[in-house]
Design a protein around this ligand. Structure first.
Ligand code: TYM
Length: 332
C-alpha cells in the first residue's frame, strides 16, 4: 500500500477549523486507503520561541485532537517528531544539498521573518522547510495531504529528493502533495482576505476546535460579510460570505450550488445561524473526546512512545540507506 505522511505544529492549545478541514478531515478519510503516518512536529514549533511547559501541554493536546478527530493510533502511526532522532539527522544531510537562495525563496519564511525582524529570526526558521522535507522523505512517502499554504514546501521536498537521487543514486521516493481545491484554504472570519492562522492578531476571527460551542456560535454570528444581501459564492467580491459557504458545505455535505439555491432570498443572519449549527455539531463530539483523552496524560504518553518506536523502525532504514550513499562509515 502507498504511504501517506502529514503533520501539524503543536503551536497552539487547539487546532483551528482551517487545520481541521485542510488536514485532519482528509487524514481520517485517507488513512483507510494508505499506510498512514501522522506526526506532531514539535521540532518545527521551536523555530519560534516556545514556553517549555506550554509546549509539552500543547504537544499532548495536539495528539489528543488527532485521535478525537478520527486518527486511529492502532492502525496508523501517530507520533511526536522529537522522539524519532532520524528527523534531525536527515535534516542535517538535506541542509547540505539545499541552496541558500533556494531556501530564501520560501514565502512562508519570508512572511514570518519579515514580521519578526532579522535579529529575532532563528536559523531554525530558515531551515524549517528542510526539516519538513526530512519528515516526508524518511517514510518513503508517496502522498502528503496538506493545505494550500504548504504547497511550496512540498515542491522543495520533491526537488531535494530528486537532487539527492541524481547525485547519489536512487534513494528517495518522490512524494506528491494532495491539496483539495474547494477547501484548500479557510479564511479568517474577521479578515476574510487572509487565511485563518494560529497567530492571527485577533482571536475573534479564528474558530478553535476546543472552544466552547457558544463561543464558536458567537464568532460565526459576528463574522465579517459585505454590504449587499446576496448569498452567493464569489471569492473576489464576497470573501466573507464565500468562506461561510465553504464551512457550511464542508460540514453539511451540501454542494455550494445547492446552498446558494437553498438560501435564495434569505439574509446573512440565516446563513450564519445555519453555519453555527453545522460547525458546532461537528466540533462538539471531537472537543468532548479530546478533553476525555487529556484526563489521562500518562496513557497518552505511553501510546505516543509506542508509536514512536514503530516510526523509528521505519525511519532508521531510510537513514541507514542515506548514510551509506553519502559515504559515512557503517556501524559494525
Ligand atoms: P501547520 O501546523 O501550520 O498546519 C497544519 C495543517 O493545516 C493546514 N492549514 C490550513 N488549511 C486550510 N486553511 C487554513 N487556513 C489552514 N491553516 C493551516 C496546513 O496546510 C497543514 O496541512 N509545515 C507544516 C507542518 C509539517 C508537515 C510536515 C506537514 C511539518 N512537517 C510534513 C506535512 C508533511 C505546518 O506548519 O502545518
Amino acid at each position: 500500500t502507498p504511504r501517506l505522511f502529514s503533520g501539524m505544529q503543536p503551536s497552539a492549545d487547539s487546532l483551528h477549523v482551517g487545520n481541521y478541514i485542510g488536514a485532519l478531515m482528509q487524514w481520517r478519510e485517507m488513512q483507510q486507503n494508505y499506510d498512514a503516518v501522522f506526526c506532531v512536529v514539535d521540532m518545527h514549533a521551536i523555530t519560534v520561541p516556545q514556553e517549555p511547559e506550554l509546549l509539552r501541554a500543547q504537544t499532548r493536546r495536539t495528539a489528543a485532537q488527532y485521535i478525537a478527530g478520527g486518527i486511529d493510533p492502532e492502525n496508523s502511526v501517530l507520533f511526536v517528531q522529537s522522539q524519532v532522532s532520524a528527523h534531525a539527522e536527515l535534516a542535517w544531510v538535506l541542509n547540505t544539498i539545499t541552496g541558500f537562495g533556494e531556501a530564501s525563496r520560501m514565502t512562508q519564511y519570508k512572511d514570518k521573518s519579515a514580521k519578526q525582524g532579522s535579529d529575532t529570526t532563528s536559523v531554525g526558521l530558515f531551515t524549517y522547510p528542510v526539516l519538513m522535507a526530512a519528515d516526508i522523505l524518511l517514510y518513503d512517502t508517496t502522498i502528503v495531504p496538506v493545505g494550500e499554504d504548504q504547497r511550496q514546501h512540498i515542491e522543495l521536498t520533491r526537488d531535494l529528493a530528486a537532487r539527492f537521487n541524481s547525485r547519489f543514486g536512487d534513494t528517495f521516493v518522490i512524494p506528491e502533495p494532495q491539496i483539495q481545491k474547494a477547501t484548500a484554504k479557510i479564511y479568517d472570519l474577521q479578515n476574510p482576505e487572509s487565511k485563518m492562522s494560529k497567530s492571527a492578531t485577533t482571536d475573534a476571527g479564528v474558530l478553535w476546535l476546543l472552544d466552547e460551542p457558544s463561543k464558536t456560535a458567537k464568532k460565526i454570528k459576528s463574522a465579517v460579510t459585505d454590504a449587499d444581501r446576496e448569498i452567493r459564492f464569489d471569492r473576489g467580491a464576497k470573501p466573507g460570505v464565500s468562506n461561510l459557504l465553504t464551512l457550511h458545505s464542508t460540514f453539511s455535505g451540501t454542494s455550494i450550488a445547492d446552498l446558494e439555491a437553498q438560501f435564495e432570498g434569505k439574509g446573512y443572519g440565516d446563513l450564519k445561524k445555519d453555519v453555527a449549527d453545522v460547525v458546532t455539531a461537528e466540533f462538539t463530539p471531537v472537543r468532548e473526546r479530546t478533553l476525555e483523552l487529556l484526563d489521562d496524560p500518562a496513557e497518552l504518553d505511553r501510546m505516543l512512545s509506542k508509536n514512536a518506536e514503530r516510526a523509528n523502525e521505519m525511519a532508521q532504514k531510510t537513514l541507514d540507506r542515506v548514510y551509506d550513499r553519502i559515504g559515512f562509515l557503517p556501524r559494525v
